[in-house]
Design a protein around this ligand. Structure first.
Ligand SMILES: Cc1cc2nc3c(=O)[nH]c(=O)nc-3n(C[C@H](O)[C@H](O)[C@H](O)COP(=O)(O)OP(=O)(O)OC[C@H]3O[C@@H](n4cnc5c(N)ncnc54)[C@H](O)[C@@H]3O)c2cc1C
Length: 386
């Protein structure tokens, strides 16, 4: 259920202020130290940021899709590492339970995820399995009334921090595709679960990924999301979760693009060459105008798709369009931001080069641009066939 307009305005205002006064001053420090200070994480908890998309009855804010993208636009105004920490609890780390979990699973996990007491993670990618996720090899076999999970998951966001892993494993050994895959809830500390070292990434320092290894990990039959009856349905759960996630990522890309445009405009109006601010030069104006136009187009796409999703329509095509366009768009905007800043754009002190590296990820995870193209075109062909 949607928040009343006053409550929503208050929430958006609070997030905007928190981002501007608390998070933005810490951007360089978080990147240098590769960690978000504990005090900031506590404040994020207090603001309810870990439970934006988790229903109110389970301790979250229960935001609708249109409300969630408004918050994501605002979170985009700072380093994406901050958003990454709360991203899994609101998206891929909790929504499987929200959408397909049993009452017991919801009651047990969602309040902990909503408060940020537990960090959730989503374990789909493997060393030899990325875009073709349905071919995953991690196995789960039945043994004495339990499932036993074996396999390695790669690049798992918040893996080092996670208290809960949503693990996709093949429960039908004879299957080769997505139909034999189930989604399991595995608590950190379960014997046989281990973590690789933190990955050394191009950007988004302060956000962490690592390998998560499962060796003979025994979990009860009820550990499947939705209970034993949903054996073999794990991939369907994953796909439902990705739809919402793609819209959320699209919104974050819009927020970052708008931040970079604001920074670029300010710099262009202050920086003087040939006796006048560089903003007076039409070639610089063209870069500003192109960025503004593209960011506006992406914002409109995200808002409209969120409205359609909220109205109960299937937005699989539109969510893929948003994720693809917004992530490619923010890459171009970041590139122009570097250009407008000239040499300063390449020097770490100004922070623009950090965003340039940070945004590169958005074209890769939660489905690469090429995967979004496949989703969009396949849906178009299916619709045309009727
Ligand atoms: C920082 C980071 C965080 C991540 N977090 C998570 C996480 O929390 N959980 C998780 O499960 N995964 C996570 N991932 C993994 C991410 O989702 C994958 O990296 C991504 O899906 C691509 O898979 P891949 O790396 O194996 O590339 P590949 O699938 O090997 O693709 C390589 C290239 O080939 C292209 N390609 C592949 N197939 C096709 C095709 N059929 N047609 C055209 N082009 C194709 C791709 O688009 C890409 O350009 C994360 C990755 C990173 C880098």
């Amino acid at each position: 259920m949607a928040l009343d307009p006053d409550t929503l305005a208050q929430l958006l205002d609070t997030v905007e202020r928190f981002v501007a006064t608390r998070l933005r001053p810490l951007e360089a420090q978080v990147a240098d130290e590769d960690r978000i200070p504990d005090a900031v994480i506590e404040e994020m908890r207090a603001l309810g940021l870990f439970g934006l998309s988790i229903p109110e009855e389970h301790g979250g804010l229960g935001l609708t899709m249109t409300e969630e993208v408004q918050v994501a636009f605002r979170l985009g105004a700072t380093s994406p590492a901050f958003r990454s920490l709360i991203g899994t609890n609101n998206g891929i780390g909790s929504q499987g339970i929200v959408i397909d979990g049993t009452d017991e699973q919801r009651a047990h996990w969602l309040p902990r995820l909503a408060s940020g007491e537990v960090i959730g993670s989503f374990c789909l990618t493997e060393p030899d399995v990325g875009s073709d996720a349905g071919s995953l090899r991690t196995s789960a076999r039945r043994e004495n009334g339990h499932w036993v999970i074996d396999g390695t998951k790669r690049y798992i966001t918040n893996g080092p921090e996670a208290g809960l892993f949503t693990v996709f494993a093949r429960t039908d050994a004879a299957s080769k595709d997505a139909r034999g895959v189930s989604a399991f809830l595995v608590e950190a500390g379960t014997p046989g679960v281990s973590l690789g070292p933190n990955d050394r990434k191009m950007g988004q320092h302060g956000a962490h990924t690592c390998d998560v290894v499962f060796e003979g990990v025994r979990v009860p039959l009820e550990a499947i999301i939705g209970g034993p009856a949903r054996e073999g349905q794990g991939f369907k759960t994953a796909m439902k979760v990705l739809d919402r996630g793609r819209l959320h990522i699209g919104a974050v890309c819009v927020g970052i693009a708008e931040r970079l445009i604001e920074d670029s405009l300010r710099y262009a109006m202050e920086r003087k060459q040939f006796g006048e601010p560089i903003a007076q030069f039409q070639l610089v104006q063209a870069m500003l105008a192109d960025s503004r136009t593209e960011a506006y187009a992406a914002r409109c796409m995200v808002e409209e798709t969120a409205r359609r999703k909220e109205a109960g329509r299937d937005v699989s095509t539109e969510a893929a369009c948003c994720k693809m366009y917004a992530s490619e768009m923010v890459g171009r905007v970041a590139d122009r931001a570097v250009q407008i800043h000239g040499g300063a754009g390449y020097i770490a002190d100004y922070g623009v080069e950090r965003f340039y590296r940070d945004v590169r990820l958005f074209r890769i995870y939660e489905g690469t641009t090429q995967v979004q193209q496949l989703v969009i075109a396949r849906n178009m062909i299916r619709e045309a066939r009727g």
